[in-house]
Design a protein around this ligand. Structure first.
Ligand code: ASP
Length: 459
């Protein structure tokens, strides 16, 4: 019966090779993601060395809170635009970020806020610039998008529109009183704009950005954040983008649109396009980008010393960073659990067909949590199971050839999967039966934690 277990795994592998529908989808292909939703946020392209440990922790907390708002909405099938607005409102209300409450001052000592939002499905967009009394500029940008025929409103007109729309207005001191750092004035070059890009479960993309602008800017200065195509862009056929950094450079180079255009017209991947914009188009030390593709791939990149940012998706990813290694974090092509598990099985099949039991076992059994049952006997742990297999299958002849049929992949949440199927082993005395595998996703990959095999026609 042990042999049946072994057989099971090999069969699985074999199936890759022979199953007609599988040949359409090679298990080693780099096909993009099957994530249902994905979200990335940023809180400015600052150098984390500017902050002490407590400030860094507070910043991480603020990012975590905002990302969690997005994660919850997206797992409840929330719409991309709603998520972008809600996440950015959370960051605007947090005085640690240079947007909404924590906005930096102009040379005249006031706060002038800019924001924009874009719907990748319709390419509708809205933006506001230079407002001084609107508590949540991202919501005003969305109202411009939805309730006017315009894209960008600035200054007094934007404030009047906010009042008409009955959005919450505050005294300009609301922004000035947020944190002591304001009173002291932050160092030049402080960057703490916020942004959010989303791919929702309906396949729609959206992007938004909100900022107080650059510290000690001239009154009336407007940066890239409210400029569609510079600081914000979203189109379902390409990607959603939000930028942070020296806005003038983002405007000069139409950076957000530049990324999408490379994908649309030059057929680049999101990672290639972002890299081109950040490393070739922009000069060093200018800023960063958060992006998500139509398939849910997330690419984050900065050419500054750091960028406060986070990424989450339906695979269970939830990461916060203040700085990215070499300034880049691209989701490796995201693969569904089924694709990964099928590949494991294929590796195992190859090992079996080479007569290599150790490699066969290593391919997916190497979990200390493994329990293995067959014919009433139970083995616990990798070593004990390996010893059994070696004893049972001393040579290739004993091993025979496996085949696997009727495979069913039944996800158990995002980090576990049940696989069921029928196995057949061709050898001097052919045998077969049904099997059930339970796999769990560990930090180092998917492993089988339980295997049960029944034998149909063992003599
Ligand atoms: N890009 C923003 C601006 O230039 C500033 C920032 O990202 O911190 O207004």
């Amino acid at each position: 019966m042990y042999r049946s277990l072994l057989v099971t795994s090999m069969f699985i592998v074999a199936n890759f090779v022979v199953h007609p529908t599988w040949s359409d989808e090679p298990p080693h292909s780099d096909q993009a993601s099957a994530v249902k939703w994905a979200i990335a946020i940023h809180g400015g392209a600052s150098d984390p060395a500017e902050w002490n440990a407590d400030q860094q922790a507070a910043r991480r907390q603020g990012l975590t809170r905002a990302l969690d708002v997005g994660r919850q909405m997206l797992s409840d099938n929330g719409a991309a635009l709603d998520v972008v607005e809600a996440v950015i409102r959370t960051l605007e209300d947090d005085p640690l970020f240079n947007a909404g409450r924590g906005a930096v001052r102009t040379q005249a000592g006031r706060c002038e806020l800019d924001s924009s939002i874009m719907d990748g499905h319709t390419r509708a967009c809205g933006a506001i610039a230079g407002v001084t009394t609107v508590k949540n500029p991202i919501s005003l940008a969305r109202r411009v998008m939805s309730n006017t025929k315009h894209v960008l409103l600035a200054g007094k007109g934007a404030e009047q529109f906010a009042a008409q729309q009955q959005l919450e207005l505050v005294d300009p001191d609301y922004f000035l009183s947020a944190i002591p750092a304001h009173a002291a004035g932050r160092g030049e070059g402080y960057l703490g704009t916020v942004g959010c890009v989303v791919r929702d479960t309906h396949g729609n993309l959206a992007a938004g950005t909100s900022t107080g602008g650059t510290d000690k800017k001239l009154p009336g200065r407007i940066g890239d954040s409210p400029i569609i195509g510079a600081g914000t862009y979203a189109a379902n056929d390409t990607c959603a983008v939000s930028g942070t950094g020296v806005g003038e450079e983002y405007i000069r180079n139409s950076i957000a649109y530049d990324v999408a255009a490379q994908i649309r017209y030059a057929g680049k991947t999101l990672a290639q396009a972002v890299n081109q914009s950040m490393r070739e188009t922009l000069k060093p030390n200018v800023g960063g980008l958060i992006t998500v593709s139509a398939g849910g791939e997330i690419v984050l990149q900065h050419n500054t010393r750091g960028m406060s940012c986070g990424a989450a998706d339906s695979s269970g990813r939830f990461d916060i960073y203040l700085q990215l290694p070499d300034g880049v974090m691209a989701t490796q092509t995201v693969e569904s659990a089924e694709v990964v598990v099928r590949r494991l099985l294929e590796e195992q099949l190859q090992a079996w067909n080479e007569g290599n039991i150790e490699r066969f076992m290593h391919a997916y059994w190497q979990s200390p949590e493994l329990t293995f049952s067959s014919g009433g006997e139970v083995t616990r742990g990798y070593d004990a199971t390996l010893a059994r297999y070696k004893q049972r299958y001393p040579d290739r002849q004993t091993m025979g050839k496996v085949n696997f049929e009727e495979l069913e992949f039944l996800p158990l949440g995002v980090a576990a999967m049940q696989v069921q199927g029928v196995w057949q082993l061709q050898r001097a005395e052919p045998i077969g039966g049904r099997f059930t595998l339970v796999l769990r996703k560990f930090a180092d990959g998917w492993k089988i934690v339980h295997d049960h095999t029944s034998v149909r026609n063992e003599s």
